[in-house]
Design a protein around this ligand. Structure first.
Ligand code: ARG
Length: 465
């Protein structure tokens, strides 16, 4: 492509080192779409005639078929996806193909293609978060009646509906979705660099606004970037997408960690199905939560891609520098891993694989360990007009009493209450159930049944949007 100025060829080692076609061929669809938009603009401004534009369209149709059928011959010596496709176009249609790059540079070309690819990828991740959210919502519907301990500091804190706990995960999907670039047509990603040329603009007067609307799927809201130098060297959209992936993965990692705990013999809240667990090569009794462990493990890798891209970008002088080629593998892998993890987690939360051990959970609650009933006492005292701090102290003394006697709250009698404090009346004994405590959490974000059911419905509607 630049043979005029050179008399020698790049070293074989250099060729291998510098090529990106082995990975950036993933951009082929966007490359063709961007080129078609650009060719139409070249025809509008008189660089191409109608016949040439028609030839270009036919050429791209052929190339599309070749790539889709696996017949396209990708050549390392042509370095990247852009030059491979352009070279093939020229081979197929001759001179019109040679005119396509008029006023365009690979710098605005790759910045455009990659943005378009990221927009599409972001939408795919968005629907995967919705699918996982929906799978979890179904499990929540089945577990409104199951009460489990909620933990702080990994110590039993308060009783909670399992559905409420599961809806916290759906809420995490909600957050994940909001930061995806392009969500609700927002973010940096809707700006198009096409027409910026190598770095200072286009000499032939292409209409960047029209191009923006053609390449980015936002209808009238697509807009050109306002500075060509920034346009060819900016990768904020890639940072945003990796950030959204890293954030989503961090959420998935926490969910995985919960499932690893829940499926252990110590917790035993759930048993994960054969399809998402593995055995041990030495211990025949084992069932390991590998799917969840791998999700947790891959999170580090995705967060690493964010750091890698920040580091690549931080020292770059204006404008395009070849370092920028490193942006793609980071985004490809971050998004591949995130999509795979979202899909695997949807499998973990499928009906077949997420089996709730209701009896086991009940046994654990019946053991009285953790004294979660205590909050009932403190709440009851407040309702009797006792200042909360005094109620806290009285309840603390009651817990101490129960603990020292090696008993459970469920075993308390009116005499026990009286022995601790006069203000602990016998009718309190009817207020000690965990269910009662759960039902008092009648606030919008609380775990009372009516609230959980209402939020469940809202989240479900939102996921189906
Ligand atoms: N493969 C290159 C990349 O991904 C395309 C742009 C090359 N531009 C250049 N001036 N060498 O960044």
């Amino acid at each position: 492509m630049w043979s005029g100025r050179f008399s020698g060829k790049p070293d074989k080692l250099m060729q291998e080192f510098s090529q990106s076609v082995s990975f950036d061929q993933r951009l082929w669809k966007e490359d063709i779409q961007g080129s078609l938009a650009y060719a139409a603009e070249l025809q509008r401004i008189g660089i191409l005639d109608e016949k040439e534009l028609a030839d270009i369209k036919t050429g791209f149709a052929t190339i599309t078929k070749e790539i889709e059928s696996g017949k396209f011959e990708w050549k390392v010596e042509l370095e990247d996806v852009h030059m491979n496709i352009e070279a093939r176009l020229t081979e197929l249609i001759g001179d019109a193909g040679k005119k396509l790059h008029t006023g365009r540079s690979r710098n605005d070309q790759v910045a455009t293609d990659f943005r378009m690819w990221c927009v599409n990828r972001s939408a795919e991740i968005q629907s995967a978060t919705a699918e996982l959210g929906l799978a979890i919502t179904e499990r929540a519907e089945e577990t409104i009646d199951v009460i489990i301990p909620a933990y702080t500091h990994l110590q039993r804190a308060m009783p909670v509906r399992m559905a409420h706990h599961l809806l916290a995960y759906v809420s995490l999907m909600y957050h994940s979705r909001y930061s995806l670039p392009g969500y609700n047509f927002g973010g940096e990603i809707r700006y198009s660099p096409l027409g910026s040329g190598a770095c200072t603009g286009n000499s032939f007067g292409v209409d960047m606004k029209r191009l923006a609307n053609d390449v980015l799927p936002y209808g009238a809201r697509g807009a050109p970037m306002l500075n060509s130098m920034d346009a060819v060297s900016n990768r904020d959209f890639a940072l945003d997408l990796i950030f959204a992936c890293a954030k989503c993965m961090t959420h998935l990692s926490r969910i995985s960690e919960d499932m690893i705990l829940w499926s252990s013999s110590e917790f035993g809240f759930v048993t994960l199905g054969d399809a998402v667990t593995t055995g041990s090569s030495i211990m025949p009794q084992k069932r390991n939560p590998d799917a969840c462990e791998l999700v947790r493990g891959k999170t580090g890798r995705v967060v690493g891609h964010l750091m890698a891209l920040f580091t690549t970008l931080k020292g770059l002088p204006m404008t395009y520098n070849r370092d920028l080629q490193e942006d793609k593998e980071a985004v490809f892998d971050a998004t591949d891993q995130t999509l795979a993890c979202l899909r695997v987690m949807a499998l973990v939360f499928s009906k077949e694989n997420f089996k709730v051990n209701r009896e086991r959970i009940q046994q654990q609650l019946d053991s009285g360990a953790g004294y979660m009933e205590a909050m009932n006492v403190a709440d009851w005292l407040v309702l009797q007009g006792v200042p909360f701090r005094d109620g806290h102290d009285i309840t603390g003394r009651l817990v101490k009493y129960v603990e020292s006697k090696g008993m459970r709250f469920a075993d308390l009698t009116a005499e026990d209450l009286k022995a601790v404090d006069e203000r602990l009346k016998p009718e309190l004994l009817n207020e000690l159930s965990l269910e009662a405590l759960v039902e008092r959490k009648q606030v919008y974000a609380g775990t009372a049944r009516a609230q959980v059911e209402a939020r469940l419905k809202e989240l479900k509607d939102w996921l189906k949007e």
